[in-house]
Design a protein around this ligand. Structure first.
Ligand SMILES: [Zn+2]
Length: 268
């Protein structure tokens, strides 16, 4: 969390097709439920992608493999419905042992080229811990790192995973904005209405196999008010923003028929 003195810029753009990428069912509701609610009521058609199957989220040795994954995906779909999000995808990688492999990146490139988001929201892949009491889950870092690597450069580059275009017709796609949550130095805030915070609590409340969301309510409201105060509004959610539109090293990925600009540096 940033200090009270930090002033956050309001991010007022409403993405038409935001894509949230997280490791586990429930991560997206801690990370982005309130902003998904806010964007949905303003017309966005969001996609929530869960990279693992969530099957490791229990200490019950009697549960058969895959049983918890099915429960958690259903919980995630119900949670997303509170936010106006009807498109929930699970990439099905094994929970607890996720790494930022080329297989994960390729699956995310396929998703990005299919959904063609204008904004990707994920966690901060550099975050190893928070405060004294929380070590970040390695799956969170791996999913976020893979998401960023998929956004840039692989989803944009025709010659990255060329079979995706050749065999599946998935043309390159450049994402305009990236937001990272749970970042130590957030620089933007998305303004919320009280209903967005209430919807976040309803979404969190669906993950009954994992936790009781009831006692979280005060803290969720406190987070939203604190971020709002830093942005000069009543309620907000805070993120770190990357706007890739103006970066000259990142050609626009207009498609396989577009002439790529001459590459005069090795940045690309
Ligand atoms: Zn998680």
């Amino acid at each position: 969390m940033s200090t009270a003195a930090t002033r956050l810029e309001l991010f007022t753009a409403v993405p038409a097709r935001p894509l949230v990428v997280v490791a586990h069912p429930d991560d997206g509701d801690f990370l982005a439920a309130s902003v998904l609610s806010a964007w949905s009521r303003q017309g966005a058609a969001a996609t929530l992608c869960v990279v693992t199957d969530g099957d490791a989220g229990s200490d019950d040795a009697t549960l058969p493999a895959g049983a918890l994954a099915a429960v958690r995906l259903e919980e995630q779909r119900r949670a997303a419905a509170h936010l106006g999000v009807g498109d929930v995808r699970c990439l099905g990688f094994p929970d607890g042992v996720l790494e930022n492999t080329l297989a994960v990146r390729r699956a995310l490139v396929r998703l990005i080229r299919t959904v063609r988001p204008d904004l990707v929201l994920t966690m901060d892949p550099t975050r190893h811990w928070m405060g004294r009491g929380y070590l970040n889950h390695p799956d969170h870092r791996a999913a976020a790192a893979a998401a960023l690597d998929a956004v840039f450069p692989s989803a944009r580059d025709l010659r990255a995973f060329p079979e995706l275009f050749r065999e599946e017709g998935l043309a390159p796609h450049k994402t305009r904005w990236v937001l990272l949550g749970e970042n130590e130095v957030p620089d933007v805030a998305v303004e919320l209405r009280p209903a967005d915070v209430e919807n976040k609590l309803l979404a969190l409340g669906e993950h009954r196999s994992q936790f009781d969301a009831g006692p979280m309510a005060d803290e969720v409201w406190r987070w939203a008010r604190a971020a709002g105060a830093r942005a000069g509004v009543e309620l907000a959610a805070e993120y770190r923003l990357f706007d890739l539109a103006d970066n000259v090293s990142q050609r626009d990925g207009a498609g396989p028929d577009a002439e790529p600009p001459a590459r005069t540096t090795d940045w690309g």
